[in-house]
Design a protein around this ligand. Sequence first.
Ligand code: HEC
Length: 188
Amino acid sequence: MLKGKLLAALAAAVALSAPVLAADVDQAVLTNEARQQVKAFGGNLKKTVKKGMQAGGPTEAIHLCNTQAPGIAAEHSKGEWNVGRTSLKLRNPDNQPDEWEASVLADFDKRLAAGEDPKKMEASKLEDGQFHYMKAIPTGGLCLACHGEQLAEPVKARLAELYPEDKATGYQAGQIRGAFTLTKPVEM
Ligand code: HEC
């Protein structure tokens, strides 16, 4: 009798705690997966910029980014993960943040101002069957040729031609240029 009651109580406890536990475990696993995705996607983008810079300087690299960056994102979005980049000051208008993304980007800037290391900034949420993950993208020295305060004339001209609405200049090293933004459908 007692044993039966104990088992029932145990079963009830497990039933109650299981969904919570599963969600906890999933988020840690999903966050790790997201970090791997960012590494692969970001690494690929950086390789492309460097290749262009070596082949013909910033104007060639702009050409490569313009023609290949969207394709690289699409390539990395073939599986369950959807990967992309976004910013509060966009170059490519297709990278528009949604409401949550915009609020996270604003929060990243606040955290930077408060002294936090942008390399470690992340945010995530689980909502409507989707896991959402964002990781800040700090501006490095390599980025300034195309996102900095002083651009070479040919760079300015090329950007104006390809991105007439370009807002992604005027950055200094250490500022947050934008964020990687990823989603993956999850069973909830
Ligand atoms: C050779 C020029 C060049 C360099 C160097 C460069 N970018 Fe860009 N960047 C671009 C172009 C062109 C785009 C638009 C590409 C596209 O269509 O997604 C872009 C887009 C982006 C975006 C997507 C958001 C948006 O504004 O559309 C981010 C984030 C970004 N760059 C960050 C960086 C960072 C960080 C670095 C340095 C590690 C860097 N870029 C170096 C040219 C450059």
